[in-house]
Design a protein around this ligand. Structure first.
Ligand code: NDP
Ligand code: GDP
Length: 326
């Protein structure tokens, strides 16, 4: 049985990746960090029904010795580094933490592997936010980067240190430059989930309005379920490489909001409030990925449309809230 170790297993992608790898016959280990309330964030793993099929190990991306102990114990064949302070807006509030976890944390995992299991295959969760102020209309693996937030700057370090460890030490280290991907398990601070949760609340009479910032921003949104498959495909290649993973379509936040309200049978005009406080110090106005290399070399294509995904998310939030307020 191949053995996989996932950092960030309690997050959106970690949960879907764990489910995907279990279905492929992997033994799955995941990094979980302690909180003072004693509770780990296990709700996503529970929601997918995979919690009792995985092994959790305690540690932190900022703590090299915990990573070394875990790599020595688990002896993984594949390592997926998904842990990060992943929310762009928070990165202006906590820039040092973001640099340490989202940036230097990648180095910690790579160092632990280099010293203890350099033949293991490594995946780094890089981000389309690295393109920021876009230099090409469609962003591919050869588009120059121009990060626009402390988060994106930290991700850029993680991306280049991954490339560097591949080139310096011959490690099988791949970087997936993933465009935004969402699901019913997306954190509620991100705009899609904020919208689907907000729409569900309005639908159930639990809220009257939904407050958003810049609804003219455009994103290339896919589904997390499709994107974790691409991560695994990268590590099955003979040679490690970098890949853009995207749908090749871009839509405004406003368009995504329209889909959610329409699905719930509600009027956008009656409930949407634009709040200047939610605009960002520097914005990424548009992202549009070119997934041609992933399609050609990995045979990967997305299967779930934006509309299908947003409807699934609204339905899941209505079901969750109905159960909670029963
Ligand atoms: P989430 O925010 O849902 O999950 C982040 C995970 O990182 C959680 O498991 C969290 O643990 C963990 N984590 C945070 N800080 C630490 C730390 N110091 N030590 C150990 N674990 C930590 O992110 P996603 O699942 O959406 O994204 C996965 C990765 O992909 C992230 O690196 C993200 O930046 C990147 N990415 C995501 C995109 C997207 O659209 N979703 C697009 C491109 C890249 P806890 O549960 O305890 O908080
Ligand atoms: P990001 O692309 O990783 O920053 O993902 P987000 O989902 O956080 O944001 C996507 C876009 O939606 C950005 O351009 C935000 O400025 C925009 N947006 C508009 N209103 C909101 C809001 O209320 N919350 C969030 N998170 N984003 C918003």
């Amino acid at each position: 049985m191949p053995r996989a170790f996932i950092t960030g297993i309690t997050g959106q992608d970690g949960a879907y990746l764990a489910e995907f790898l279990l279905d492929k016959g992997y033994q799955v280990w995941g990094l979980a960090r302690r909180s003072s309330s004693g509770g780990l964030h296990l709700d996503r793993l529970e929601w997918l029904g995979v919690l009792d099929r995985i092994n959790l190990v305690e540690g932190d991306l900022g703590d090299l010795s915990s990573l070394m102990r875990i790599i020595a114990d688990v002896d993984p064949d594949e390592v997926y580094n998904l842990a990060a302070q992943s929310f762009v807006a928070t990165s202006w509030q906590q820039p040092h933490l973001t640099a340490n976890v989202t940036g230097v944390g990648v180095l910690n995992v790579l160092e632990a592997l280099r010293l203890l299991k350099s033949e293991a295959r490594f995946y780094q969760a890089s981000s389309s936010e690295m393109f920021g102020l876009i230099q090409h209309e469609k962003q591919s693996e050869t588009t120059p980067f121009y990060p626009r937030s402390p988060y994106a700057v930290a991700k850029l370090y993680g991306h280049w240190i991954t490339v560097n460890y591949r080139e310096s030490f011959g490690m099988h280290a791949s970087s997936g430059i993933l465009f935004n991907h969402e699901s019913p398990l997306r954190g509620q601070e991100f705009v899609t989930r904020k919208v689907t949760d907000g729409v569900a609340r309005i639908k159930l009479g639990l809220a009257k309005e939904l407050r958003l910032g810049n609804i003219e921003a455009k994103r290339d949104w896919g589904h997390a379920r499709d994107y974790v498959r691409a991560m695994w495909m990268m590590l099955q290649q003979e040679t490690a490489d970098d890949y853009v993973v995207a749908t090749g379509q871009t839509w405004t936040v406003k368009h995504m909001v329209d889909i959610a309200f329409k699905h719930a049978g509600l009027s956008v005009e009656d409930h949407l409030v634009i709040d200047q406080a939610l605009f960002r110090p520097a914005e990424v106005d548009i992202l549009l990925g070119d997934p041609a290399k992933a399609e050609r070399q990995l045979g990967w294509t997305p299967t779930i449309t934006l509309e299908e995904m947003i409807c699934e998310m609204v339905d899941a939030d209505v079901a969750r809230l109905t159960q909670k307020h029963r």
